[in-house]
Design a protein around this ligand. Structure first.
Ligand SMILES: [Zn+2]
Length: 730
């Protein structure tokens, strides 16, 4: 019975694979071998391993510096060793604040003391670990003791401050309260401080991930009234990683900044709270009623203030150096040991982290186990594989950043690509990264089967895109920040990918004490079917990069994408100009006043400065030149090239992404060196493509915009030169 089933399954899976005739970067002969290897790899993946390992690694809280975190790192190392890897632990010594004092109280006109504690729930023993649970806080908030009137600022993002301006409300000298979501959390205290606020409270509104979305935990997956999202508020858009050692590894004897000089610690104290604790504060506000779009799901009228609600916020942290343990496991390549394909996922969590990050970590491990078994049977990768389990991702991508900074020169010479994963759920493949890898990832997505629908994960992705008004094409999203790919792509200029499944596993557990194994089993990926799909997808990508005759970088899709980014900026500039013209005309004709309710206070808007014309032609010309070079390169036929020629082409292909960086980096944040992708200075995780130009336009800094156009054109020129040199080798 069992054998018959196996043969049937094998036939089915080969039938699935046959849908694809060729593989990018492989000769027909080696493509056949690769397909067999990938089928054998897939057959080894076992969901029960993921389940078992998650239970083990998420049994106790394991943030950086904890005993359990160290235990996990050592256990991961041991597993890798048993699978035939050379596995070591590389430790860095990083600044990590632990909360000593957390006090938040409403001092007028009524009084309330915030509880700041999430309650244990029935059916989930992990939530009852009491003292062992990390108190809720925002890491890298500064110490502080402030008391002031409260102002509600919606999500606390730039557009919200524009609304406040129109209403004549100033947050200077006040404490702001902002909802979670709408941007990365660290943007909220950063903007509040820039506007003169002296404290910042962030709460999870029930409309966003509580009872407004569905039943709350433990009945459903969403946030109950006591749940609090932890998280870092370090100014990561300036630089991520250890706050005391920017740009170099936080080794034991590294020179460190004085904490008071560390630019990425917040300027004002900031604390996250639950909606149970937020409600009395918000209810005590008066003043203007919040605009419709600002209102959340609490049974109150949302007022903006300022006051009469007055709050007292006091925070003190124990600022100490703790060890961050990265696990680095290497499987040496047979043909090209100095060409590395890297895979990584973090292992530290805020609390138990069953979903974030263990669901991704166990998928990475199962992938590595299967690859290791194949290698033991003689199927060794041609290039070296390096699997990484990062520590201290949660407080600010610290483990990976310190490791990359410490090994930067070697990595820039040897790494072909870095493939990242993090928490994984159920649903659709999300893939982001360097667009030179888009064609290859699209091919792989066509070979991986969706566990629920039986079609390829690519077909499912296309279907959901089309239903939501997108395109049928398989596209990588551009990488901003939010996980460990950031130091690789944005600092070191190494081609990178980020992979994960999601879209059908919504909940409110993120960074709370409720991200546990029971929650994961009930609401995320109960059978670990998508954990296996992730191992399958990432593993095939890793194996293709490891064994390709010619590295599967493809630049036509890259060109189309980057041209689209430029087009977008040009259109945006045009729209900004039209909007300003219209606004100024309406001011001149007094239309704002005529449209306003005369019984309400009115603040007359000012005329805006007109938008000049920028000269984008240097970029248009470079993109045209690139199109020609890419056309020549695309004609390269891998099966007609000699081995020597392929090898020397590969050496240059590996370095292509690095040519897209500039050593001086972006304005005011030199750590970010990539000229195509960066996290937004005012969006945090959200990406800004062609960031030098785009952010200058958005900030209306026209002189800088024109300078950045010239700078980007130079980068593109260098890139064209690099591709031309490869084309000449054909
Ligand atoms: Zn994570």
């Amino acid at each position: 019975m069992r054998t018959q089933f196996f043969i049937l399954a094998l036939c089915l899976s080969i039938g699935f694979l046959n849908a694809q005739e060729s593989i990018l970067g492989f000769t027909p002969e080696s493509a056949k071998k690769q397909q067999q290897l990938e089928a054998a790899f897939e057959a080894k993946l076992d969901a029960s391993n993921l389940d078992e390992w998650m239970q083990l690694m998420s049994a106790e809280p394991h943030w950086v510096g904890t005993e359990y975190g160290e235990k996990n790192a050592k256990w991961i190392q041991k597993q890798f060793k048993s699978w035939g890897y050379d596995a070591k632990i590389e430790t860095y010594h990083i600044l990590f604040p632990y909360p000593k004092v957390r006090l938040l109280e409403l001092t007028g006109p009524t009084s309330y003391k915030a509880k700041l504690t999430a309650v244990p729930v029935e059916g989930d023993e992990f939530t009852a670990q009491g003292e062992a649970l990390l108190p809720s806080y925002n890491a890298f908030s500064t110490d502080g003791d402030v008391e002031a009137e409260l102002v509600f600022v919606n999500y606390g993002i730039p557009s919200d401050y524009e609304v406040l301006d129109k209403l004549g409300i100033d947050v200077k000298g006040k404490i702001v309260i902002a909802k979670y979501q709408g941007s990365w959390r660290g943007i909220k205290p950063k903007l509040a401080a820039e506007h003169g606020a002296i404290g910042c409270i962030i709460y999870s509104d029930p409309a966003d991930d509580g009872y407004g979305r569905g039943d709350v935990y433990p009945k459903g997956a969403f946030k109950n009234k006591t749940g609090v999202q932890r998280g870092s508020v370090m100014d990561m858009p300036t630089y991520p990683g250890d706050v005391l050692t920017p740009g170099y590894g936080a080794t034991k004897d590294a020179k460190r900044l004085d904490r008071k000089d560390a630019p990425t610690i917040t300027k004002i104290p900031v604390l996250p709270i639950s909606y149970e604790d937020a409600q009395p504060l918000l209810a005590a506000l008066d003043g203007a009623v919040a605009p419709q779009s600002w209102r959340g799901g609490l049974p109150i009228t949302y007022h903006i203030g300022p006051g009469p609600a007055k709050v007292h916020l006091k925070l003190e942290f124990d600022w100490k150096l703790v060890p961050a343990h990265n696990v680095i496991a290497t499987l040496k390549g047979t043909d090209f040991p100095d060409e590395w394909v890297m895979r990584g996922n973090h292992h530290d969590a805020w609390v138990h982290g069953a979903n974030d990050p263990i669901s991704g970590m166990v998928a990475l491990m199962e992938e590595a186990r299967a690859v290791g078994e194949l290698a033991k049977k003689g199927n060794k990768p041609k290039r070296t594989l390096v699997y990484c389990g990062w520590d201290a991702e949660e407080p600010g991508l610290i483990g990976s950043t310190e490791w990359v900074e410490d090994h930067k020169t070697e990595l820039q010479q040897k790494v072909v690509a870095y493939i990242n994963t993090d928490g994984n759920g159920r649903g659709f493949l999300g893939a982001g990264g360097s667009h030179s890898l888009q064609a290859m990832v699209g091919e792989v997505a066509r070979t991986v089967k969706d566990p629920q629908r039986g079609v390829s994960v690519k077909e499912r992705r296309s279907a959901v895109n089309m239903v939501n008004g997108g395109t049928e094409d398989f596209e990588l999203y551009a990488l901003g920040s939010g996980s460990d790919y950031t130091p690789f792509i944005q600092h070191a200029g190494i081609a990178s990918l980020n992979l994960g499944f999601g879209g059908e596993n919504a909940g409110g557990e993120y960074h709370t004490i409720y991200d546990t194994y029971p929650h994961y089993k009930r609401f995320k990926d109960p059978e670990f079917a998508y954990g296996v799909a992730l191992a399958n997808t990432a593993g095939r990508i890793t194996l293709r990069l490891a064994n390709a005759d010619m590295l599967p970088f493809e630049f036509k899709q890259w060109h189309k994408t980057v041209s689209g980014y430029l087009d977008g900026i040009m259109k945006q500039t045009k729209k900004m100009r039209k909007d300003v013209e219209k606004h100024n005309m309406m001011v001149e004709k007094n239309m704002f006043e005529l449209a306003a309710d005369p019984k309400k206070p009115f603040f007359k808007p000012k005329k805006k400065e007109s938008i000049p014309y920028l000269d984008f032609t240097p970029l248009q010309n470079e993109l045209a030149a690139l199109k020609a070079s890419i056309g020549i390169l695309a004609k390269a036929d891998v099966s007609k090239l000699s081995k020597e020629k392929r090898n020397s082409l590969n050496k240059r292909l590996m370095l292509a992404e690095h040519v897209l960086t500039s050593e001086e980096g972006l304005p005011r944040r030199s750590w970010f060196k990539h000229q195509i992708y960066a996290p937004g200075f005012y969006t945090g995780y959200g990406v800004k493509t062609l960031p030098g130009v785009r952010e200058a336009v958005e900030q209306k800094n026209w002189k800088e915009a024109q300078e950045q156009i010239a700078k980007l054109a130079n980068t593109l020129k260098d890139f064209d030169k690099h591709l031309q040199e490869m084309a000449a080798m054909l």
